[in-house]
Design a protein around this ligand. Structure first.
Ligand code: DGL
Length: 261
């Protein structure tokens, strides 16, 4: 069993920011990364669509031989994590915006959260804020179009910069002193976000804690190790286009195969 790969999925290549942390903590594991680019962006899709799609993907990954699943997408977690857990017996790590660690860091009592519309409108997010940050001011800023612009036009592009001007300004105006990167695409533009915030503002992503949680889960199930550190990247969209984006974001040529769950 431990010889099988760990499956990681996202709507696109945002989850590669999580994968980086997973591979650095668990270098002996093999990974299968699935980018559902045919349906990118997830952020504006109805919850019911994301539930059905998430369950379909998880079942297909289990059938393909994955030993564990990381939902490397805040939007898919918000909409579908419970349905996916109910549908498969795989050990699952689902990530959510780092509101909890932000609570311990803020001095102004104002936390900024950047995420997709679907994530911020979810019950799960409402619960997260209600349980941990009810006493604080949480500026939840939806960023429609940003994940797609990062993926199709790249960090530093005119469109990404334009959108960041729009979405980061309300956090600055409200006096936020911590920014939660509540979408796995946003760490790709962390520097551009940091430049717009007061110097030294912490930007929180969830790669590290997710890697630690995955390690605990694998250890508990006696599933650690056995791989050689291999990585396969697959996409439901055109592999050639995805491959160009992988090169741009990862700075490394990695073969991308087509896979349809
Ligand atoms: N990367 C995804 C997330 O963490 C969603 C991006 C999108 O497809 O809208 O929320």
């Amino acid at each position: 069993m431990s010889l099988q790969p760990i499956a990681v999925f996202d709507s696109g290549l945002g989850g590669l920011t999580v994968l980086r942390a997973l591979r650095s903590r668990l270098p002996q594991e093999d990974f299968f990364y699935f980018a559902d680019t045919r349906f990118l962006p997830y952020g504006d899709r109805p919850e019911i669509f994301l539930k059905e799609r998430g369950v379909l993907i998880a079942e297909a990954l289990a059938q393909r031989g994955a030993k564990a699943l990381v939902i490397a997408c805040n939007t898919a977690t918000a909409a579908a994590a419970e349905a996916i857990r109910a549908a498969t017996a795989l050990p699952i790590v689902a990530l959510e915006p780092g509101v909890k660690p932000a609570v311990g860091l803020t001095k102004t009592g104002v936390i900024g959260v950047l995420a997709t519309t679907r994530t911020l409108q979810s019950e799960r997010f409402e619960r997260l804020v209600g349980n941990h940050a009810a006493h604080l001011k949480v500026i939840a800023q939806a960023c429609p179009g940003l994940a797609e612009a990062i993926e199709t036009q790249g960090p530093g592009s005119v469109e990404v910069e334009r959108l960041l001007d729009l979405f980061v300004a309300p956090l600055v105006a409200a006096g936020a002193d911590v920014v939660v990167l509540g979408c796995t695409h946003y760490p790709w533009v962390a520097e551009s976000i940091a430049r717009r915030m007061p110097a030294g503002t912490p930007l929180l992503d969830t790669g590290e804690p997710v890697a630690r949680q995955l390690e605990r889960l694998l250890a508990a199930g006696n599933l650690l190790g056995g791989g050689v550190g291999s990585l396969t990247i697959a996409s439901s969209g055109a592999p050639a286009a995805v491959s160009v984006t992988v090169d741009r974001l990862f700075g490394q040529k990695i073969h991308v195969e087509h896979w349809e769950p």
